[in-house]
Design a protein around this ligand. Structure first.
Ligand code: AP5
Length: 216
């Protein structure tokens, strides 16, 4: 399965991707996670990306495309992968199509996770992530048992630098302007699927699996 997860910031792409990788045993390729790791490692790319990410803007296509191309060619992607947060605009989508056509491994589906705008701000301001195992929590919807401590591994929970209200507003604007048009892009190519991203995480996951496994 070669899948693109589409959806606004906070729609739950990362949350559903974590469950999909367990069920289908294929890797999640999150350009956001790759970039955050480069930022944390203090690499030259990370330093350049940090300034852009803190503003809620998109990192230049050339950088992101290079990262994805290198990643999809790795051995663990042979049986498929989940692209989370990529592509982010039409230029990235076209470059991805070309890259995958050259490899003779086109996408199977693009799944759009649909969440009303009003829910997104609370999901993002409330998000907390474990520094050690990346488990995600939400102080409003799914808090850790002990404040600031991961239930799973005891690691420290942190808030992402771009989950501040002003940056979130910018990210939502950038999504509307640059990423939302990809819904039509994939619809026109006949591979778009859509799931409602409200309700419990497990309920949504059940629907995601049904939709992905349906032949239609
Ligand atoms: P990225 O890391 O991709 O962030 P994003 O797209 O803004 O998406 P998020 O990770 O914020 O949200 P999500 O949909 O994964 O939601 P999650 O599952 O975490 O990108 C960050 C930045 O990197 C970009 O702004 C850009 O600068 C750069 N970048 C990345 N890719 C790029 C690219 N291709 N090109 C250029 N630049 C790029 O859930 C959110 C919260 O909601 C969590 O707390 C979770 O617990 C909670 N939640 C999830 N599901 C539910 C539910 N059903 N009910 C209640 N709460 C829920």
């Amino acid at each position: 399965m070669r899948l693109v997860l589409l959806g606004a910031p906070g729609a739950g792409k990362g949350t559903q991707a974590k469950k999909l990788i367990e069920k289908y045993r294929i890797p999640q390729i999150s350009t956001g996670d790759i970039l955050r790791k480069a930022v944390a490692d203090g690499t030259p790319l990370g330093k350049e990306a940090k300034v852009i990410m803190d503003k809620g803007e998109l990192v230049p296509d050339k950088i992101v495309l290079g990262l994805v191309e290198e990643r999809v060619k790795q051995n663990d992607c042979k049986n498929g992968y989940i692209l989370d947060g990529f592509p982010r605009n039409t230029a990235q989508a076209e470059a991805l199509d070309k890259m995958l056509n050259d490899l003779r491994m086109p996408l199977n589906s693009a799944l759009s996770v649909d969440v009303p705008k009003d829910d997104l701000m609370k999901r993002l301001t409330g998000r907390r992530t474990c520094k050690s195992c990346q488990q995600m929590y939400n102080i409003y919807y799914s808090p850790a048992k002990k404040d600031g401590v991961c239930d799973k591994c005891g690691g420290e929970l942190f808030q992402r630098g771009d989950d501040k209200e002003a940056t979130i507003k910018r990210r939502l604007h950038v999504y509307d302007a640059q990423t939302a048009p990809l819904i039509n892009y994939y619809k026109e190519r006949g591979i778009l699927k859509t799931v409602k991203g409200i309700g419990s995480i497990d309920e949504i996951f059940k629907n995601v699996c049904t939709i992905l496994e349906s032949k239609k």
